[in-house]
Design a protein around this ligand. Structure first.
Ligand SMILES: [Zn+2]
Length: 297
């Protein structure tokens, strides 16, 4: 599932490739993948020039030069692949469509620019979608309006993080950091990695996570996301199509999908448990559940 670092990788890559390009056509192969009416797509996206590319959490935003924007939700399996005569760039969900010839059976939208370059939106499971909206309405979008702070911006300090966590005192720490209203963009992989790095058991109640642990977790979240972006998320450049290998973003994982293997810190065996309804990877020695309990009411 594309997480914030993968979406940021898409943004950084497309920023180099499609700014200033004029959209010549948008072909929608799956109705479900385009939430805007055909007439709106033709009126407000086709013929417009891509001016800027932004991101809010895991939402990618292509700003056009006519005060409209295209929102791109990659969700479970979305990916963007750019192809022109000399360049190919793809990022998002790591599967073979990143490197195979396109369109393929997962292609849902084909956006062609007036210089012949093509941007493919592939989405096997069809949970993702594009939407053309007036730029001024983005902040009112139900999804965007509720998003918490961006973890990669300087405004996201340890004290802001701690305040946001206090809104979810009664829940466990993993559910809290996965909550997009607490902070934007943390998904399952980075939640597990950050909690391991900060030595916090994911089932710990937020109320029982001490201030210094919150500071460590804050640092861990920022570090693990930056590390993944440096690795290029799961772009096709380092995508390896062999024996189930995925994009390089998993090669630095210390606990995620490492159940049964030795902890890199203490040598104990990594376990897979269930927390917040999600498969969760922990080292039972490094991440001990706090014995401190709140008084039962
Ligand atoms: Zn360990």
């Amino acid at each position: 599932m594309p997480e914030l670092p993968e979406v940021e990788t898409v943004r950084l890559g497309l920023n180099e490739l499609i700014l200033g390009k004029k959209i010549a056509s948008i072909e929608v192969l799956s109705e479900k993948s385009m939430r805007s009416a055909r007439s709106d797509v033709d009126a407000f996206a086709v013929g417009a020039v891509v001016k800027d590319i932004d991101r809010r959490g895991k939402l990618l935003i292509l700003h056009l030069d006519n005060n409209y924007s295209i929102l791109v939700h990659l969700r479970m399996t979305g990916q963007m692949v750019y192809v022109d005569q000399s360049t190919r760039f793809g990022a998002g969900h790591p599967n073979d469509s990143l490197i195979h010839s396109l369109p393929d059976s997962s292609t849902r939208i084909i956006c062609t620019f007036d210089d012949g370059a093509t941007l493919y939106f592939n989405d096997q499971r069809k949970f993702g979608y594009w939407m053309v909206v007036p730029t001024s309405q983005i902040s009112e979008d139900a999804f965007v309006a509720k998003l918490g702070p961006e973890p990669l911006l300087p405004e996201f300090t340890a004290s802001v993080f701690s305040e946001r966590l206090n809104r979810r005192k009664g829940t466990n720490i993993k559910a809290a950091i996965l909550d997009q209203t607490v902070l934007a963009g943390v998904g399952n992989i980075y939640a597990d990695e950050a909690l391991f790095s900060a030595k916090i058991h994911p089932s710990t109640l937020v109320a029982n996570v001490a201030e210094e642990q919150r500071e460590e977790l804050h640092e861990a979240i920022v570090d693990v996301m930056n590390l993944s972006i440096q690795h290029g998320g799961s772009s096709d450049k380092n995508y390896v199509n062999a024996e189930g290998k995925r994009g390089s973003y998993l090669t630095f994982a210390q606990v995620f999908r490492r159940e049964g293997q030795a902890c890199v810190v203490c040598g104990d065996t990594i376990q897979k448990i269930r927390v917040a309804g999600r498969g969760t990877h922990i080292c039972p020695t490094c991440q001990q559940l706090s014995i401190k309990r709140r008084t039962q009411k």
